[in-house]
Design a protein around this ligand. Structure first.
Ligand SMILES: C[S@@+](CC[C@H](N)C(=O)[O-])C[C@H]1O[C@@H](n2cnc3c(N)ncnc32)[C@H](O)[C@@H]1O
Length: 289
């Protein structure tokens, strides 16, 4: 390949589009959080992902677009809180002895690089090839070095991803901690159920799982007048009324937290009172029975 062709290829990889563009938007939020003195986590690669995706430095909000600005900042807040929630869940899983991690819809998740991992930890990052290629080009540029064994698995989660994961070396005989962060809201409900069934089939007892679910009503509140191509315009599924019961049917002992509960616990309380009856939360931790 000539240098020019190589540059063109990097250019193509730096053009997020469709659902995976949302992963770069998430990186932008994490870059902003990283810049705070009281950051709940630090993600030193996030700014590089956002920059390569054309989202950094970000443009100032339009002055007459207050409702959209409020919605964006609510989504950004939820991303920060869920990131901390899942960081803690992963640390607890590692402390419990789990050495196998699978990130479903990994996007620009940089936990392999930014967190400490016990020796022997293997992390599988499952996503489609376009975001994984984009990510690889930024990681090369940043000379990033993973702190565990990191194994990207390029496959569409609507296809036979368990076979792809097995081919990449996922070991069915030892516990796994599964993360589906900011993913399920993009999958129709039958696809979410299928995904859960497949995760269960690959999880020995003691495996763990961290999920984020779209809260009830979020699609109507955020998605209805969302700009075409924006993350909210692609949201299609919300959490069931009883997420803990739903997960029990799938063979998991689960606990659900609201954003409000977690935000308060992390020292970022939500000051406004709830506008509607508080429902079960969409931040889920679960253990395989
Ligand atoms: C909002 S991003 C979240 C990324 C990452 N989990 C995080 O929180 O940083 C959603 C991710 O899910 C991935 N995704 C959505 N549908 C998918 C599918 N059918 N197969 C594989 N990945 C998918 C997208 O490519 C994208 O990277």
């Amino acid at each position: 390949m000539t240098d020019k062709q190589g540059q063109e290829q990097e250019q193509v990889q730096a053009s997020p589009s469709g659902v995976w563009a949302t992963a770069v938007g998430v990186a932008k939020v994490r870059a902003r959080e990283t810049a705070r003195e009281d950051a709940l986590f630090r993600d030193p690669l996030a700014q590089a992902f956002a920059t390569a995706g054309g989202l950094w430095p970000s443009s100032p909000p339009l002055p007459d677009d207050e409702p959209a600005r409020r919605r964006r900042s609510a989504v950004a807040f939820s991303i920060v809180i869920r990131t901390k929630f899942l960081d803690d869940l992963l640390r607890q899983a590692a402390d419990s002895g789990i050495r196998q991690v699978v990130l479903l819809g990994a996007g620009m998740d940089s936990r392999a690089f930014r967190m400490e991992w016990p020796e022997g930890t293997r992390m599988f990052e499952v996503d489609t090839s376009a975001p994984l290629d984009f990510k690889a080009s930024v990681l090369r540029q940043e000379r990033a070095v993973a702190r565990c064994e990191r194994i990207p698995v390029a496959v569409d989660l609507r296809e036979d991803w368990p076979a792809a994961l097995a081919a990449a070396g996922h070991d069915l005989t030892v516990p796994t901690v599964w993360i589906a962060e900011g993913l399920l809201i993009y999958l129709p409900e039958d696809a979410v159920d299928l995904l859960l069934a497949r995760i269960g089939a690959q999880s020995v007892p003691g495996s763990r799982m961290g999920l984020t679910l779209g809260s009830r009503g979020v699609i109507e509140r955020f998605g209805a007048d969302a700009a075409p191509g924006s993350a909210a315009s692609m949201w299609v599924s919300e959490m069931p009324d009883n997420p803990v019961g739903w997960l029990a049917e799938h063979g998991w002992d689960a606990d659900s937290r609201t954003l409000r509960e977690c935000a308060a616990a992390y020292g970022r309380p939500i000051d406004t009172p709830p506008q509607r009856e508080e429902r079960p939360g969409g931040l889920i931790s679960a253990v395989r029975r």
